[in-house]
Design a protein around this ligand. Structure first.
Ligand SMILES: [Zn+2]
Length: 79
């Protein structure tokens, strides 16, 4: 019997990092924060520390910000 050798050489084109831009939700600040997230960071993402006032902002990733290849482990909010 002949066994087919399967060589799996598929390299899915997954982005390694996504970058998002957020504005601080505190009205007295409103500072801009650039956030770079790896896939595992994006899964855990629940918010960010403002780079200006250093306060915590609750946040979720929007559907358009998460690459489709990452959907599944990441449940983006509908935007
Ligand atoms: Zn701020």
């Amino acid at each position: 019997m002949k066994t087919k050798r399967q060589v799996n050489l598929r390299f899915p084109r997954e982005p390694l990092l996504i970058e998002i831009e957020r504005r601080c939700s505190f009205p007295d600040c409103g500072g801009r924060t650039h956030i770079g997230l790896t896939k595992s960071e994006a899964i855990e993402y629940r918010g960010f520390d403002c780079t200006q006032c250093e306060r915590w902002n609750d946040d979720r990733l929007g559907e358009r910000e998460v690459p489709e290849a990452w959907h599944g482990p990441i449940q983006p909010t509908q935007s």
